[in-house]
Design a protein around this ligand. Structure first.
Ligand SMILES: *[C@@H]1O[C@H](CO)[C@@H](O)[C@H](O)[C@H]1NC(C)=O
Ligand SMILES: *[C@@H]1O[C@H](CO)[C@@H](O)[C@H](O)[C@H]1NC(C)=O
Length: 164
């Protein structure tokens, strides 16, 4: 009986292992240091999310559409982005914090895809975030630095955000 219990336990642990191995969500985490107040950065990102809520932004391709604001407060923005082609939904979070003593905002962006067994995302999670940052004009502020890489953002270096 004891052996049987152990066997059952081993089966449960074993099958959980398999599920976990398959269910790793692809994601992107990027940091932008932007020479503006976090209040202004937040307003710019929220306005961009709202202006890309409909499908119109994707009339000629790309993914600058189907964003949805979930909630926003002083430090956090939560949103969703639906892929116009396969309708998959990614969850987006921006965390804003004043950068040291400088008048700059350290903006952490995180995009997470559903764990559907895919092992690469063509940079979609990066583009979900980057398109908002660029579209809202934040990239043209004189102090603008990005910290990320292909480990933090799946396929970031080959991402083509105007088309994926
Ligand atoms: C904003 O939301 C985050 C996440 O829910 C929470 O941790 C934080 O305390 C909130 N901040 C304020 C000022 O309400
Ligand atoms: C996105 O967030 C919702 C609500 O918190 C959750 O149910 C869903 O599983 C999340 N999706 C991803 C891709 O993380």
């Amino acid at each position: 009986m004891h052996t049987k219990t152990l066997l059952v336990a081993a089966l449960i642990v074993g099958s959980c292992g398999v599920i976990t191995a398959e269910a790793v969500p692809l994601m992107c985490k990027a940091v932008w240091v932007i020479g503006a107040s976090c209040e202004d950065v937040s307003t710019a990102l929220v306005n961009q999310i709202k202006s890309w809520t409909g499908i119109d932004g994707c009339a000629t391709g790309g993914e600058k559409c189907l964003y949805e604001l979930v909630s926003v407060n002083q430090t956090h923005i939560f949103a969703k982005h639906t892929n116009p082609t396969d309708k998959s939904v990614d969850n987006l979070t921006f965390i804003l914090k004043r950068h040291r003593e400088s008048p700059a905002c350290r903006t952490v962006g995180i995009s997470v895809s559903a764990a559907d067994g895919k092992t690469r995302d063509s940079g979609t999670n990066y583009c979900n975030l980057w398109n908002l940052v660029e579209g809202s004009g934040l990239t043209s502020i004189s102090l603008f630095k990005e910290i990320t890489n292909d480990w933090m953002c799946n396929e970031r270096s080959t991402a083509k955000c105007d088309i994926v």
